[in-house]
Write a protein that binds this ligand. Structure first.
Ligand code: SF4
Ligand code: SF4
Length: 314
């Protein structure tokens, strides 16, 4: 079903605007149809595997890494070869924090900010488990299992970095700082993020960049509640804590489990489901059974994933 939905949404893009939205169409006439067929087929393969809880984690991480690789490959080709690889023809710094800071500094919304807000509205926190080009790097460095205790004062740290990103952008705007200074601040933010991934995420086996440092991750943690999908821990939970090491987002601490609700940083990734012997962790959506809610969430996230993959250009 996902492949058919993806095809129906992507087909009109073949005819939208003067500048083709689909990359293959820019490369040769009719190429957009081939790209749609490839992406729809890939979406169907992902759906087939991800509906099986035991396979979902591997395929999610694989598809996320692939998206990130496509994104950065297009960036390199856009810089080194031809601007047709860039969505708008203009270059933007690929640092997630700029999804927030960029519009505040410029005083206007960016395409990436609109894509981010739409994704959160439709699929809650899936931006941080499946669509973000940077988060896939944090995920890869975290490894497969969380290896350390919860981060202390995480909430205070998260909120501080979010406030810092907003304040810095506004200050640069008010001070009339030029593009060079704003660019330098953006590059410094990206480099700091990469250092956190390389040194802290890798050592702790948890996605510290995404759950502590990244202001977009923090904003997602709050904004995700506008979407009705939820993750719940049922009363059948025995507090064995086996699920805790499956969560690299640090959302299954002892207090989260005792409150029967994954923590603020839960991205509904589903990695913890197979680890629970009592099937106590379930997806929720009003009016649907937990299993139907899980299937619906996977379908929604895969459709959006396929769309951002089809147009993964900056
Ligand atoms: S926390 Fe930031 S870097 Fe991580 S996935 Fe979310 S937006 Fe991307
Ligand atoms: S609690 Fe489960 S669904 Fe939520 S982020 Fe952790 S592993 Fe993913």
């Amino acid at each position: 079903m996902t492949g058919a939905i993806v095809t129906l949404i992507l087909l009109p893009l073949q005819f939208a605007g003067d500048r083709p939205m689909l990359l293959f169409e820019r490369l040769f006439s009719g190429g957009g149809y081939i790209q749609i067929a490839i992406i729809a087929a890939f979406a169907s393969v992902l759906e087939y595997h991800m509906l099986v809880p035991g396979r979902s984690g591997w395929w999610r991480r694989f598809s996320w890494s692939l998206f990130s690789a496509v994104f950065f490959l297009q960036l390199i080709l856009g810089i080194a070869v031809d601007k047709i690889f860039l969505m708008t023809g203009n270059l933007h710094l690929p640092v997630p924090a700029l999804i927030i800071s960029g519009p505040l500094y410029r005083g206007e919304l960016s395409v990436m900010t609109l894509i981010f807000l739409s994704a959160v509205l439709l699929s809650g926190p899936a931006w941080c488990s499946q669509y973000c080009y940077f988060g896939a790097i944090d995920s890869a460095f975290a490894g497969k299992k969380a290896r350390s205790s919860p981060v202390e004062n995480r909430l205070a740290l998260k909120n501080s970095f979010l406030v810092l990103a907003i304040a810095a952008a506004l200050l640069l705007r008010i001070a009339g700082a030029g593009k060079e200074i704003a660019l330098a601040a953006g590059v410094a933010t990206g480099v700091a993020g990469l250092l956190i991934i390389g040194f802290i995420t890798r050592r702790r086996g948890k996605m510290i960049h995404c759950t502590v440092w990244c202001p977009v991750g923090t904003l997602t943690s709050y904004l995700k509640h506008i979407n009705p999908f939820r993750m719940k821990i049922e009363n059948s939970c025995t507090s064995c804590m086996l699920c805790s090491s499956a969560c690299r987002y640090d959302a299954l601490t002892p207090s989260d489990i005792s409150s029967l609700r994954p923590g603020l940083t839960c991205t509904l990734c589903g990695d913890c489901l197979p680890s629970c012997r009592h099937s106590s962790i379930t997806y929720r959506f009003p009016g649907l059974s937990p299993e139907s809610a899980r299937k619906a969430y996977i379908t929604v996230t895969l459709v959006i994933y396929s769309l951002v993959l089809a147009m993964a250009r900056i």
